[in-house]
Design a protein around this ligand. Structure first.
Ligand code: ASP
Length: 579
């Protein structure tokens, strides 16, 4: 016995007369007194079944029990539909299957939601994910994902990369997130960390003589969950020996193009445009700017240095946006609230009305030079933030995005890929007040910036680069430090003692001392990349079984408490309030 000899979505008028056996799910059942119509679904599509009591009495009897999502096996004859019942919206709409035999293979309890229902609550979808996976959306997304991953593997293979697996259970890897710890039964009191990325292993592979490594790696990071973040995610992880920065960027551009082509889409134009970090922060207030619209931030710090308007002259920096709309008082009030939520003290403005008249409570304090510098076209508004540089960047960056969307300035059809280059090597950690890495501590300084590492860390730039698509950071990489002395210098600049550095990274420092080639690489966040390719707003839609923002899995109910015996075996005792 075989379950089927045809697929639901594949039958066409050419098949008329054929005896076909199909197996699949009931998508819809309509009872026309006597005749029963069923749309049967399998992964290839839908086929209309007709169950006629005159042709198949026992099948018709059984058909009365059929409900949505029952699994059926049916055998019948493919017949042409009469011209008035042809359904041009269905690929199989020219034919139907006149049933001779029907078997209910599997039944379904009443459904918590219908598969074609709009706006089903996500919690419900995830709780019953096996049903949700049957929807067109999830079928399309996960199949798209598989096609992209296959294209990426082909491309990496063509480019001479070797697929090597690295451990998930390891020592803490510093990617800037918390580690997930795994207790070790054989050595009670000790823990593995789940790899935040294969970073040090891939560098060790370079020292190990594998010139080009890649892997579709699973990474685990204990961070708050968001639209573009899950505890565990997959990335295309890669590393090259003896590369220039351009070599690495070229590999990624090839992979992105291959992914687009695998989906039958035009690949974005190459090479992707490049932007320095400093430029991006100044012009867009973000290190992942959405470049599908202009609305650039401008700097007015020099012009306003001696301003009579105290808010301007007293501020470290004054920056502004010229927005192509003359906002009303009410709208300006709302924009000011928005700016305050992002940390601004206020939002000064000049409205240039349709007649070109400037309306603003601050205009009377501004000099002619200032007013000329801010001259805007009739029908626009100049919005100012005067504050610390970082605040001005943050607030205007957020306002820019907000207004870009609100005013419909974003060209949704455009695919804007670009590289961000020349990041700083270090940033100040707000908590500890110490210098910490921007990317990770293995990132090489820009050529000539080695001597700034300890002398002037604030101004040391790095060979770190990010790939950004329509305002989403798709991934990061860098040319690495391959000299143990420079690596130690970076650890020192971060306030790490020699003992601490040795305890955490001793093995790696040793590896760097045994013939380490120059190397560099990248990691592309696959979930984000695929969500964007699928046109989805978050990565849960391209993940078969995602977790929700509380950190749990609505399907299995994980995480769960461990039993006393299991804990004892691991040498773990819970704090009183958790026990
Ligand atoms: N390990 C880095 C990350 O996971 C990527 C890299 O530098 O290659 O973001």
């Amino acid at each position: 016995m075989s379950w089927r000899n045809a697929m639901c979505g594949e039958l066409r008028p050419d098949d008329v007369g054929r005896k076909a056996t199909l197996a699949g799910w009931v998508s819809r059942r309509r009872d026309h007194g006597g005749l029963v119509f069923v749309d049967l679904r399998d992964p290839t599509g839908l086929m209309q079944l007709v169950i006629n009591p005159e042709r198949a009495a026992s099948a018709a009897e059984l058909a009365r029990e059929i409900r949505n999502e029952f699994v059926l096996k049916v055998t019948g004859e493919v017949v042409a539909r009469s011209p008035e019942t042809v359904n041009p919206k269905m690929a199989t709409g020219g034919v139907e299957l006149q049933i001779d035999e029907l078997e209910i293979v599997s039944r379904s309890t009443p459904l918590p939601f219908q598969l074609d229902e709009e706006g089903v609550d996500e919690a419900l979808r995830l709780r019953y994910r096996w049903l949700d996976l049957r929807t067109e959306r999830m079928q399309r997304n996960l199949r798209l994902r598989a096609s992209v991953v296959a294209a990426i593997r082909r491309s990496m293979d063509d480019q001479g990369f070797v697929d090597i697996w690295t451990p998930g259970l390891t020592l803490g890897t510093p990617e800037g997130a918390r580690d997930f710890l795994v207790p070790v039964r054989l050595q009670p009191g000790t823990f593995f960390a789940l790899a935040q990325s294969p970073q040090l292993f891939k560098q060790a592979l370079m020292v190990g003589g594998f010139d080009r490594y890649y892997q579709i790696a699973t990474c685990w990071r204990d961070e708050d969950l968001r639209a573009d973040r899950q505890f565990e995610f997959r990335q295309l992880d890669l590393e090259l020996a003896f590369p220039t920065r351009d070599d690495v960027l070229e590999v990624l551009e090839t992979v992105v193009a291959a992914s687009f082509e695998a989906l039958g889409r035009d690949a974005p134009e190459r090479p992707f445009p490049r932007l320095s970090y400093a430029d991006a922060m100044l012009r867009y207030g973000s290190d992942k700017p959405d470049l599908r619209f202009a609305l650039e931030i401008q700097d007015a710090t020099d012009v306003t240095r001696g301003s009579e308007f105290g808010v301007f002259s007293g501020a470290k920096s004054v920056r502004y946006l010229v927005v192509p709309k003359p906002f009303s008082r009410g709208e300006l009030g709302k924009l000011e609230d928005f700016a305050k939520e992002w940390g601004a003290k206020g939002l000064a403005y000049l409205v240039c009305d349709e007649e070109g008249e400037v309306q603003s409570p601050i205009a009377k304090f501004l000099s002619q030079t200032e007013l000329e510098a801010f001259a805007a076209a009739p029908g626009s508004t100049v919005l100012f933030v005067a504050d610390e540089v970082s605040v001005a960047e943050r607030v205007l960056g957020a306002l820019r995005l907000h207004l870009g969307r609100e005013l419909g300035l974003v060209d949704e059809k455009q695919d804007s890929f670009h590289w961000l280059l020349d990041f700083p090597l270090f940033q100040l950690d707000d908590g500890t007040g110490r210098w910490t890495f921007v990317h990770h501590p293995f990132t090489s300084p820009l050529d000539g910036h080695e001597e700034l590492i300890e002398r002037d860390p604030a101004n040391a730039l790095s060979l770190h680069y990010d790939l950004v698509w329509n305002g989403w950071e798709l991934g990061s990489g860098s040319i690495r430090i391959h000299r143990s002395d420079v690596q130690q210098q970076v650890f020192r600049a971060m306030g790490m003692s020699e003992e601490e550095a040795n305890a955490k990274f001793g093995w790696f420092l040793e590896a760097l001392q045994m013939g380490a080639p120059p190397h560099g690489g990248f990691a592309l966040g696959l979930d984000r990349f695929i969500a964007l390719l699928a046109g989805e707003p978050n990565i849960r839609e391209v993940t078969a079984f995602p977790k929700v923002s509380s950190g749990s899995d609505p399907l299995t109910g994980a995480p769960s408490a461990a039993g006393a015996e299991q804990l004892a075996e691991l040498g773990i005792r819970l704090l009183d309030d958790l026990a």
